[in-house]
Design a protein around this ligand. Structure first.
Ligand SMILES: *[C@@H]1O[C@H](CO)[C@@H](O)[C@H](O)[C@H]1NC(C)=O
Ligand SMILES: *[C@@H]1O[C@H](CO)[C@@H](O)[C@H](O)[C@H]1NC(C)=O
Ligand SMILES: *[C@@H]1O[C@H](CO)[C@@H](O)[C@H](O)[C@H]1NC(C)=O
Ligand SMILES: *[C@@H]1O[C@H](CO)[C@@H](O)[C@H](O)[C@H]1NC(C)=O
Ligand SMILES: *[C@@H]1O[C@H](CO)[C@@H](O)[C@H](O)[C@H]1NC(C)=O
Length: 476
């Protein structure tokens, strides 16, 4: 590609590629990606409700005096259930009835001899009431082993599988998918399809999942449909969740004043295992990577819980055991797009010096609906009066990647600041996803894929060298 070929010398590249402009629209509720899998339990004789009492989102159907209640396992998703992947938390939703909360699992579909009992929750959001949201943590998994798991006993059993992540260690190859701001448009579907074609073992998701809040009253049925849409990937491999602004669902005008209510009821994170007191910031160790997840929308000033936890957490990082140090957040610190310009600045001021001192390899963020990759720069010399407020080349500093280009309903952010700042290596206003392939303790291959290319085409790529084990200049 002409854009990639131009990546020489010191000038950063603003890709001239222009995506085909098409209406950004959410897939309709009856789209194939949102289909609820079939299955129902035996008909139950119940007192027939007055027709007007049947909720508009009708999950049962009335036949004379028999109500067939549908207990269908839907919205299945998994994430790590502990810090290292010997546990996996399985979540799913049954719409109208609780159903059976047991998950059976084992190394083959015929030998699911282990079982775990889940818990469930429901929540109300204005006039929406969620289905039964089940969470069940499968423990005592062996690293690197493929497991089958099933739930829905007594109704319609659905079976899925995942491979427990390899044991963390210094030279354990692993391929991460990097996706942000996905939403549920036709572009979102393209992003997910491209990621599936490229193959990864787990997704680092940098926030903004469903965009249900784009609808009147934050129509929470769009939280349900989003989970049905991504099930085809996240039921089979763990996605590591970061909270974005679209997870806040803070709407005092309709009486909804608990931030992150739908997100935290629906999505679990292994925060307690990471010594955190809140699900919004935590860490996991996967293969050769120590991954720290931060919350842009929780307090992080000095002495706050997140500040205290991050301070302790950075001291716990052992680069000999897990050489790659990766930080996830939603709002980027280095963003040369006029959209959300400098929104990450207060958090940068608070934490950047820590990440540079810790020699973080890569910081991943979303929020801005375009793509950008930085060179290794830092901006930590400023002390109010010395005037040193310009980012400078710094080989101890992370590479910053903004990957908020998953393709949601708000459309592309196509207004970059000019001229392109020196810290910015490559930027383009297209939808896509990236992959990060850790090869060993010294090398990782990073690649960004735009949706309008074939899945295997890379529009921007770079070999990263590890900041602890091989801190060479890897920015070409
Ligand atoms: C919630 O209220 C809105 C606006 O009045 C209405 O359109 C919608 O049908 C209601 N939903 C439910 C589940 O009652
Ligand atoms: C749930 O399913 C499990 C596994 O088949 C079974 O052992 C258990 O008895 C069921 N629980 C209920 C309440 O039906
Ligand atoms: C979404 O993508 C999948 C896989 O590429 C495809 O089968 C499906 O038809 C797409 N759905 C929509 C609504 O575009
Ligand atoms: C781009 O952003 C700048 C700064 O916010 C604004 O002045 C300008 O109008 C924007 N241009 C377009 C085409 O939106
Ligand atoms: C690490 O991986 C890189 C890229 O595949 C390779 O060039 C290098 O030789 C590997 N290092 C070791 C010690 O195997």
């Amino acid at each position: 590609l002409a854009a990639a070929a131009a990546t020489t010398g010191h000038a950063g590249v603003t890709s001239p590629y222009r995506r085909k402009l098409e209406a950004t629209a959410d897939m309709p509720f009856d789209a194939d990606v949102f289909r609820v899998p079939p299955g129902y339990n035996a008909p139950q004789q119940v007192r027939p409700p007055a027709v007007s009492l049947i909720p508009p989102i009708c999950n049962g159907f009335l036949v004379s005096h028999l109500v067939f209640r549908l207990v269908r396992i839907a919205q299945v998703h998994i994430t790590l259930g502990d810090q290292t992947g010997t546990a996996m938390t399985v979540s799913w939703v049954t719409a109208s009835e609780l159903g059976n909360g047991t998950v059976r699992y084992g190394p083959s579909p015929d030998r699911m001899e282990m079982s775990a009992q889940g818990t469930h929750t429901r929540y109300d959001y204005f006039n929406y009431t969620s289905g039964f949201i089940h969470h069940c943590t499968l423990r005592n998994l062996k690293h690197g082993v493929k497991y089958y798991y099933a739930m829905g006993f007594g109704h319609t059993v659905r079976t899925f599988s995942f491979t427990a992540p390899p044991k963390p260690g210094p030279d354990v190859p692993f391929k991460f998918g990097l996706i942000g701001d996905l939403g549920q448009t036709f572009d979102s579907n393209s992003t997910l399809s491209h990621y599936e074609a490229n193959g990864g073992d787990a997704v680092l998701f940098v926030g903004d999942l469903s965009y249900a809040d784009a609808y009147p009253l934050h129509d929470n049925r769009r939280w349900d449909s989003w989970a049905r849409f991504v099930e085809r990937s996240v039921a089979y491999q763990p996605w590591i969740w970061t909270a974005g602004n679209h997870e806040l669902d803070y709407a005092p005008e309709i009486g909804e004043t608990v931030p992150f209510k739908p997100f935290t009821r629906r999505y679990r994170t292994p925060y307690r295992a990471a010594g955190s007191t809140e699900p919004l910031w935590y860490s996991v160790k996967v293969a050769s990577a120590h991954i720290i997840v931060l919350s842009s929308y929780s307090s992080y000033g000095k002495y706050t819980p997140q500040w205290t936890w991050l301070s302790d957490e950075l001291a716990r990082v052992d680069r000999k055991a897990t050489p790659w140090l990766i930080v996830l957040m939603h709002s980027p610190w280095y963003n040369s797009n006029n959209y959300h310009y400098m929104e990450g600045e207060t958090m940068r001021v608070q934490f950047e010096s820590w990440l540079v001192a810790a020699k973080v390899d890569i910081v991943l963020a979303g929020h801005v609906h375009s793509y950008e990759r930085s060179r290794r720069f830092s901006n930590v010399a400023y002390n109010i009066v010395n005037g040193k407020a310009t980012p400078v080349r710094d080989l101890d500093a992370p590479v910053y990647v903004t990957i908020g280009d998953g393709g949601n309903i708000e459309g592309i952010a196509n207004n970059f600041t000019e001229p392109q700042p020196s810290y910015s290596a490559f930027r383009e206003a297209s939808f896509g996803h990236a992959t990060l392939e850790i090869k060993n303790r010294t090398h990782a291959y990073y690649a960004w894929h735009r949706n309008h290319d074939g899945a295997k085409a890379t529009a921007d790529s770079v070999w990263l060298t590890n900041r602890h084990h091989l801190p060479t200049d890897d920015s070409k």
